[in-house]
Write a protein that binds this ligand. Sequence first.
Ligand SMILES: Nc1ncnc2c1ncn2[C@@H]1O[C@H](COP(=O)(O)OP(=O)(O)OP(=O)(O)O)[C@@H](O)[C@H]1O
Length: 243
Amino acid sequence: MTLSNSSITLGTGGQRKTVFKDFSLNLEPGQITVLLGPSGVGKSTLLRWIAGLLPAATGGVSVPSQRQGFVFQEPRLFPWLTVRHNIKMGLYGLGLTRQQQKNRVDEVLSLVGLTTEAARWPHQLSGGQKQRVSLARGLVRRPDLLLMDEPFSALDPQTRTTLQKSLIAIQEETATTILFVTHDTEEAVRLAHRIIMLAGSPAAITKDLEIHLPHPRSGAHPDFRKDLQTIRAEFDALAGYVI
Ligand SMILES: Nc1ncnc2c1ncn2[C@@H]1O[C@H](COP(=O)(O)OP(=O)(O)OP(=O)(O)O)[C@@H](O)[C@H]1O
């Protein structure tokens, strides 16, 4: 899946900033690709551009049409809808019958481990459960591409680790193509089949690394520590790269 743009410029007047120029990214289907880069390099902008969420004035060449899902840092659930109905919102516009919709929602409820919470309201859920609902809403469309923008960064470390494990299991079962943004090098090495590092202004790919460790990955394994060290060294070298 090739994504490329001519130029993406944000802001107006003296505040204008060209975040990407002649940028191209080729994603391997069925893999988790992690985007790592210093704060402000343009990771969220890239995801929003791919999802068609940027105003037309920012430029960019349109992305080939795909069915996409988006998982944000915050769960963004509708408080007046149950878990089941929040997830069902992800099916909007697909033209499925009621029975097909029910089957799809049941399927993803099971994938994210929330079958028994289907009738609950968002305020009755923990932070991790809310983010599982958000993940289910992204998955229910059976997206060609699932975009995830630091989806676990607001969670406590234990919940975060649990959700990382769930995501790996779900990705292995569904073979979903995922583009995942994180600041966390350990999270990147835990999840990624491939890590892409961005730096500069306009942003460019400075490193493109495959991680060959089998899933599930143990943080205690020497090969994991070795890959993490490499990624950390690369990432530290980028610190302060973006002004
Ligand atoms: N409306 C705007 N006008 C001008 N510049 C903007 C505007 N919005 C964002 N920017 C700039 O665009 C760049 C990219 O922002 P973006 O949020 O995509 O970065 P990021 O890599 O996701 O950062 P972080 O990791 O901190 O979330 C930043 O340098 C930011 O200052």
